[in-house]
Design a protein around this ligand. Sequence first.
Ligand SMILES: [Zn+2]
Length: 121
Amino acid sequence: MKIIQLNDDGNVKLFCPFCGKKVIDPEQEFDECEHTLFVATNEGGFEFISPKIEINEEFDQPKDLSEDLSDEADEESEDLAESEEELTLNEYIETLEYPEAICFEIAQFSGFSAFVGFGRE
Ligand SMILES: [Zn+2]
């Protein structure tokens, strides 16, 4: 899933690219639409997950990630675990696959980021 980064000047509003509904508004509560797949922050992890998409909330634990994989893939993931550090949230989101999906990252100056994923289906 591709991530598009938006710089948050404190007044970022985010509209669903598929139906146009406003889901993020600094003056209102988060309001998901039928295309919203997830909402996550780099501090709190996933805060909203649509039943349409499977997300491993413990993505940063390689042990959980390898559970469903075949033996062959297990070897691969062991190699990965040795050479790679834990996935960051945006790296994990990039590995998610969903038809015609797009993720917006709303990045604040402080380093805090919110991620909102949308999918057409
Ligand atoms: Zn929508």
